[in-house]
Design a protein around this ligand. Structure first.
Ligand code: NDP
Length: 284
């Protein structure tokens, strides 16, 4: 039976670390500031934004929320970002995705100053992640790496299979694994023999967006199974992994909820702290 990796516990340790460092910054008169923009009234986005605000308060950050109506124009949204880009008290800017369809997500991401892009979605920050010389880590994949580290799970030399190749999860997760010297395979909807490939994984990362997609017959005995998926069915959350059957085969597994999800916010706090340090020329 697999050991469950507790995202709430690991995230709490990350947030405590950030809170301790923030307290030290405050002694120097510096308070990290995060601005969160939400457009429209998507209930899931609302929950995420509230959780981010709560986390900011818990670690001692200053935070601001901009709630814009569904019919906000690109021009209006970009002008909010422009003001935030120039504010000295704001270190990080985050625009909650997805945006309503009439808005150009990439243009919005591009508008956020690179040194305030704490989600690490901008092409410049994605490029830095590719090179392996980055200021901000993509929050969800970084959360996965932090959990592996917390549970002392070796990555170097292991075969890591990532199912999913999105820009926000799959690709950066694969890249961070590669930087930690894993041998990485990325799978997607056109992959042939997916099951056979997954069965060779020492570490299997599921970022598909399909409830119960990874079944026990896709998992090697003793594999580490990381479930990034968040699927809402009748108001209940499910991961991409058929947890009950896979738990019996894996050595470690992340539950949903309570696994990777809570980590994302912890890593966002870490990025915002980093942004504040960079803005004030404070060395790590
Ligand atoms: P996307 O929909 O952008 O990407 C899904 C990926 O899964 C695609 O690359 C797609 O392949 C692949 N895929 C779909 N069907 C199959 C299949 N049958 N076989 C193999 N691969 C398949 O999703 P995201 O990456 O944004 O998110 C993935 C999941 O993670 C979602 O459930 C999301 O809610 C969750 N998530 C969780 C976060 C957290 O904080 N824990 C944060 C962000 C996301 P192709 O490219 O070929 O279409």
């Amino acid at each position: 039976m697999a050991e469950r990796m507790d995202g709430k516990l690991v995230s709490a340790s990350v947030k405590q670390r950030v809170a301790d460092e923030t307290a030290k910054l405050k002694e120097k008169g510096i308070t990290p500031g995060l601005a969160v923009i939400i457009v429209g009234d998507d209930p899931a986005s609302r929950v995420y934004v509230n959780n981010k605000k709560k986390a900011c308060a818990a670690v001692g950050f200053y935070s601001e929320e901009y709630t814009l109506p569904e019919n906000t124009t690109m021009e209006q949204l970009l002008s909010v970002i422009e003001v935030l880009n120039s504010r000295e008290d704001i270190d990080g800017i985050l625009c909650q995705l997805p945006l309503p369809e009439h808005l150009d997500e990439q243009a919005v991401i591009d508008a956020i100053a690179v040194d305030k892009d704490v989600d690490a979605f901008s092409p410049a920050n994605v490029g830095k992640i590719m090179i392996g010389n980055y200021d901000f880590l993509p929050c969800t994949p970084a959360g996965v790496m932090e959990m592996l580290k917390y549970y002392s799970i070796p990555v170097a030399g292991k075969h890591c299979v990532v199912i999913g190749r999105s820009n926000i999860v799959g690709k950066p997760a694969a890249m961070l694994m590669l930087h930690e010297n894993a041998t990485v395979t990325i799978c997607h909807s056109k992959t042939q023999n997916l099951k056979d490939i997954c069965k060779t994984a020492d570490i299997l990362v599921a970022a598909v967006g399909k409830a119960g997609f990874v079944t026990a017959d896709m998992v090697k005995d003793g594999a580490v199974v990381i479930d990034v998926g968040i699927n809402r069915i009748d108001g209940k959350l499910y991961g991409d992994v058929a947890f009950d059957e896979v738990e019996k085969k894996a050595s470690f597994i992340t539950p949903v909820p309570g696994g990777v999800g809570p980590m994302t916010i912890g890593m966002l706090m870490q990025n915002t702290l980093k942004a504040a340090k960079l803005h004030h020329n404070i060395e790590e």
